[in-house]
Ligand binder design. Structure first.
Ligand SMILES: [Ca+2]
Ligand SMILES: [Ca+2]
Ligand SMILES: [Ca+2]
Ligand SMILES: [Zn+2]
Length: 416
């Protein structure tokens, strides 16, 4: 096994808060310092806005790992403060530990400092939240990826413990722990198995700019990109990066991670050209409008067409007898099953839009026509003209009526 990339975030001396595997989450208290501990100059307590950001940053770590933070009056085990830090530092963490039985070190106390003179923004996506996420990462046992390896080139794309920001989206800060952060902190405390354990629907505003990673513990989940004003690249494979939303006037790039171990089953594309890649699970992929590229990967996948206008797609992998093409009946004018020879016809020649090419279906009725070039057409009336390409399949794919299905789909699936 090659060393996983997240291993660079784990100090050789395994630092951790006391983990008690049998008794629920690792419990850590925190507080906001009220009195000057005489560590850095110009101490002040955190403002309300900074406190809100600190609570959010702690919550983001708790979401992904089995570690729970409780705010206390007086001194907590992690204490937050603001002061003038040395040099260019914008954040600083100090911690104290004792040797544990396994040759590691149990953290017993920590201070997280934020620089007083740096202009930091503490709203989601702001630099201040990112500093807090990073410093709390240290306070719970993580190190910089280049700590043991100066050549390590990791960036904020995969870990907010990196010094280097996102290479394609400078100025935007990660709002959550990223793929390697999540794997590293889960290797210490275990995953939080309650987070998004039910069926989850992931959506953003119609033109978002963000850097995030999705961690989801279970259920049948849907990535719904149908409202986006530009096409997206959605890669559902665990550990992958997707491109969702915008950066300036152009598209965002590699800004949405999916955590290792997180399985998102379904995806709905935008009205624009998207690329959607499934994972090893049974995926339900709907490209929506635009010429989409769809790949299901392993598992019994469904490619969904909500209307004839959803077409023009390329399906890059299709296993007949296992994968399915799914049609929402009403917009296509279908009722009942897609019967071979009636509403579905497979031709041995390219289709020219008329029965004359060999179809045996009844004129005047809607039909799906699959031709010798592995193109699937929708023909509303079986007459020449007025037919539209729904999808091209990999060359040589045999397609039968059994591979097609009508389905109104569950209400919780976000079809447009
Ligand atoms: Ca879920
Ligand atoms: Ca689309
Ligand atoms: Ca799949
Ligand atoms: Zn650091």
């Amino acid at each position: 096994m090659p060393t996983p990339t997240y291993a660079a975030l784990l100090p050789e001396t395994g630092y951790h808060w006391g983990v008690e595997p049998s008794s629920g989450p690792t419990a850590v208290t925190f507080s906001f310092m009220a009195a000057d501990p005489q560590v850095y100059a110009d101490f002040r307590p955190l403002t309300e806005g900074e406190r809100a950001a600190a609570r959010q940053a702690l919550a983001e770590w708790s979401k992904v790992a089995d570690i729970a933070f409780t705010e206390v009056e007086g001194d907590g085990q992690i204490r937050f403060a603001v002061g003038n830090l040395d040099g260019n530092a914008i954040g600083m963490t100090r911690w104290w530990s004792v040797s544990d039985d396994a040759g590691g070190a149990e953290i017993v106390s920590a201070e997280v400092w934020v620089d007083r003179s740096s202009p930091l923004a503490f709203e989601p996506g702001g630099s201040g939240l990112r500093v807090l996420l990073h410093e709390i990462g240290h306070a719970i046992g993580l190190q910089h990826p280049l700590e043991n390896d100066p050549e390590n080139s990791a960036t904020e794309q995969t870990t907010l413990m990196a010094y280097a920001g996102h290479p394609d989206m400078p100025g935007v800060s990660a709002e959550t722990p990223m793929v390697d952060d999540i794997a590293a902190v889960q290797s210490i405390y275990g995953p939080n198995l309650a987070t998004e354990a039910g069926d989850s629907l992931y959506r953003w505003p119609d033109n978002p700019t963000f850097i995030q990673t999705l961690y989801d513990a279970g259920g049948i989940d849907t990535l719904d990109l149908s409202n986006l004003v530009r096409g997206a690249v959605a890669d559902l494979r665990p550990g992958s990066l997707s491109s969702v939303g915008s950066y300036g006037a152009g598209p965002a790039r590699d800004n949405l991670g999916i955590a290792h171990g997180t399985v998102i089953e379904n995806a709905v594309g935008s009205a624009h050209p998207d690329a959607i890649v499934g994972n090893d699970a049974a995926n339900r992929l709907q490209g929506g409008g635009g010429a989409d590229l769809l790949a299901g990967g392993g598992g019994a996948d469904q490619f969904v067409f909500a209307s004839p206008a959803d077409g023009g797609d390329a399906i890059l992998d299709f296993t007949a007898g296992e994968d399915e093409l799914v049609f929402i009946p009403e917009p296509f004018g279908f009722a009942g099953a897609l019967l071979a020879g009636d509403s579905f016809v497979a031709l041995t020649a390219p289709y020219d839009g008329a029965n004359g090419t060999g179809g045996a279906w009844q004129a005047g009725r809607p039909a799906l026509v699959y031709d010798a070039a592995a193109n699937l057409y929708y023909d509303a009336d079986g007459a020449a003209g007025g037919f539209t390409l729904l999808a091209s399949l990999p060359e040589g794919t045999p397609l039968g009526a059994d591979d097609l299905r009508l389905d109104t789909l569950a209400a919780d699936y976000g079809v447009a």
